[in-house]
Design a protein around this ligand. Structure first.
Ligand code: SF4
Length: 695
């Protein structure tokens, strides 16, 4: 039996993997502080991924995209890719080659991928799909607190609170074991959709506030306004532990509950009731999720929620606080160790001369040889194959053909590349477009570390050897780097050796892992970063002061502005997207698990019965949705509790059911987060031919 952690979301539930009937590994829940012996449906079935029928076992190569793939040996595939990369760099310079990573990669892979891009390829063109997840919350936390650790407190603290406000998060569906921590507090759920979490909130004496999509920022301003006019703010805390309240208040001063209702649609009496419930609680938390973050004003929206939390005196105290519910499995660690365009390991900035000197020393190179910042995720994808953009991309652990915004445009950009190389364990939709596919190991076939949503570093353990013919991502990077002229020892294949280097690289940085060793992890220590050598870990941050030089948190004055698209005569409805319990991200993994695929086999559309009737639709029909960017189809589910102006659809499906065909890639100016959550659309019955494409 091997004890490890789930391959999917950032809760990183602990599980035992042991042989089941027939000898195949099966997952069983393990007792652990975050999951307390629970697993969701995805976790229970996760071991089935190790035996999926279309598992890749040999590298695939084709020299012409019109051709079928041929299976080749590893040397042939690695030599081909290294030669093509060398030729493209020689012809167009190092910026012609690019790398795209993932918030699902281990800390060691994230670290080595960034090093590979900067040293072996010499390119600044690296970013990752985590940009599409937590980047707005990360940016807002950094500017408010001086540091971004999604939850700066253990998850187990939540159960002690009287009230928890969840803005744009649906953990009852996306991470069900987390709900055990939310059983005691009353919940205030902010979500345009009456989600499973919203229903639990109502059943438990809490509230559901359903703002028009794209208006959360106004709702947060309205709650701050109400809290102040009702004398609910903690003026002593504001004076002693923060700066900038006066400016933030000026931005909130006009947001009377009635004005808030006018913009958000949330009744004024609900705004008042929510402010009182939160403001009078003895212990309270404000938590944000993708619903409030994935907007072109996502950073400011999160800042507005943090301003509310600061006004009530919550962050930096035991029993209360602000946190972001990170989504991807290593969404926290993946954003710390150098696969972001603007970052070096340890959460160091790539444009900080001291950070560059430190990392260059660890890597044994001159600091001025390190490239500067590159393009953010969507900007990078959108530049592929264009004049001045990269003509090659190496893709690790990501499936942007399904998961990126304006997915049709991203497909076109990938198709225009001279070289697309994908490392994956199955032929995902993005891998199917590649020139070369490297078959790589899965989570339970290799070791490493992950950092969960509380900033706790976890040991991922191998429970089985990879199938013959399969290599790890670290081995792929080693194979390519050495062929590109790098010394072999610079790209270790042993995860513990990479961790040792990561510890040195992160020493003294905001995300300091220098004290995190395999021995401490094996001993079961609870290691929330920062963990410096010989020092105790830090489960609760900010108790003695925030990470700004003066120790004070910053109120950030933020102004409401509408979504980039608002409904009009041609596109009269708003589409918003989200996750289902049975699927994960692009679905490349979960759509291959029979139990999960049968439970949710096709995309669906939640729509109010009146809206459906106005558009000629009824329960079970196939609907076609069209935005300015593209179309998708989904099966109609009538929901009397839905907003009449908004439809919801999940984003886990591929082909003509790709919800991201609709989504708007307009970007947040700070985080470069796309506006996934608000697309103006129209909806109509799908034609028979369209239906045939999906069944
Ligand atoms: Fe895995 Fe997340 Fe489900 Fe836990 S909640 S079993 S980590 S998918």
């Amino acid at each position: 039996m091997t004890t490890t952690h789930c391959p999917y979301c950032a809760l990183q539930c602990a599980m035992h993997l042991e042989p089941g009937p027939g000898g195949a590994l099966a997952a069983r829940p393990a007792d652990f502080p975050t999951n307390r012996g629970g697993l969701c449906r995805k976790g229970w079935t996760s071991a089935e991924m190790l035996g999926v029928v279309d598992r890749l076992r040999r590298p695939l190569l084709r020299k012409d995209r019109e051709d079928d793939f041929a299976e080749v040996d590893w040397d042939t595939a690695l030599d081909y890719v290294a030669d093509r990369l060398t030729d493209l760099r020689a012809a167009h310079g190092p910026e012609a080659v690019s790398v795209f990573g993932s918030g699902g990669l281990t800390n060691e892979k994230s670290y080595l991928l960034g090093k590979f891009a900067r040293l072996a390829l010499g390119t600044s063109q690296i970013d990752y799909n985590g940009r599409f997840c937590m980047s707005s919350a990360a940016a807002a936390s950094t500017r408010a607190f001086g540091l971004d650790r999604g939850m700066p407190f253990p998850l187990t603290d939540l159960g002690e609170a009287e009230v928890v406000l969840l803005a744009g998060a649906n953990p009852a569906e996306t991470m069900p074991p987390m709900m055990a921590h939310l059983a005691a507090p009353r919940l205030i759920v902010v979500d345009p959709r009456c989600s499973a979490t919203a229903r639990q909130a109502l059943a438990g004496g809490g509230m559901h506030l359903a703002p028009r999509p794209g208006t959360d920022l106004a709702l947060a301003l309205g709650l701050l306004h109400t809290a102040r006019t009702a004398n609910l703010l903690d003026t002593g805390y504001i004076a002693q532990r923060t700066t900038g309240f006066a400016q933030a208040w000026r931005a909130a001063a006009a947001w009377w509950p009635e004005q808030t209702e006018h913009v958000t649609g949330v009744p004024a009496h609900q705004v008042r009731a929510a402010a009182h419930m939160l403001g009078k609680a003895k212990g309270a938390y404000v938590l944000t999720g993708r619903g409030t973050e994935q907007h072109a004003k996502g950073t400011d929206s999160v800042s507005a929620w943090i301003n509310l939390a600061l006004g009530l005196g919550l962050p930096g105290r035991v029993g209360s606080g602000y946190g972001c519910i990170t989504g991807q499995g290593n969404g926290q660690g993946g954003r710390e160790h150098g696969q972001k365009a603007d970052q070096l390991p340890g959460y160091r900035r790539i444009d900080d001369p001291a950070a560059r000197e430190h990392i260059a020393r660890v890597w044994g190179v001159e600091a001025d040889t390190l490239p500067g910042p590159g393009r953010s995720a969507f900007e990078l994808l959108d530049a592929l194959g264009t004049e001045g953009g990269p003509s090659a991309m190496l893709l690790f652990g990501s499936n942007p053909v399904v998961s990126a915004p304006d997915a049709g445009r991203v497909r076109d950009r990938l198709a225009d590349l001279d070289l697309l190389v994908v490392a994956d364990f199955v032929l995902s939709e993005s891998a199917a477009m590649a020139d070369v596919v490297f078959p790589v190991a899965q989570w339970a076939e290799e070791g490493g570390t992950m950092t969960n949503l509380e900033g706790r570093v976890l040991r991922r353990r191998a429970a089985a050897a990879p199938p013959a013919g399969v290599r790890t991502d670290l081995e792929v990077l080693h194979g390519l780097a050495t062929r590109l002229g790098q010394p072999a020892q610079r790209f270790p294949t042993d995860p513990d050796a990479v961790l040792a280097e990561l510890r040195a690289a992160s020493a003294g940085a905001p995300a300091d892992y220098s004290g995190i060793t395999p021995e401490r992890l094996e001993a079961g220590e609870e290691l929330h970063w920062p963990v410096t050598e010989g020092q105790a870990p830090t489960p609760r941050l900010f108790l003695d002061g925030f990470a700004h030089p003066d120790g004070r948190a910053r109120f950030i004055p933020v102004q409401y502005r509408p979504a980039a698209e608002t409904p009009d005569a041609d596109y009269p409805l708003i589409a918003t997207t989200g996750r289902l319990m049975g699927h994960y991200q692009s679905g490349a993994q979960t759509r291959r698990i029979p139990e999960l695929a049968q439970a949710e086999p096709e995309a669906y559309l939640e729509i109010h019965p009146d809206t459906a009737a106005r558009n000629g639709l009824t329960e079970g029909d196939w609907a076609q949705l069209t935005s300015r960017r593209g179309t998708t189809t989904a099966r109609v589910r009538l929901r009397p509790d839905a907003r009449r102006d908004t439809v919801f659809l999940p984003f886990h499906y591929a082909g003509a059911q790709t919800a991201n065909n609709l989504t708007n890639p307009v970007l947040d100016p700070t985080s470069r987060m796309p506006e996934f959550k608000v697309s103006a659309i129209r909806v109509e019955p799908a034609t028979t031919a369209q239906q045939g494409g999906h069944l």
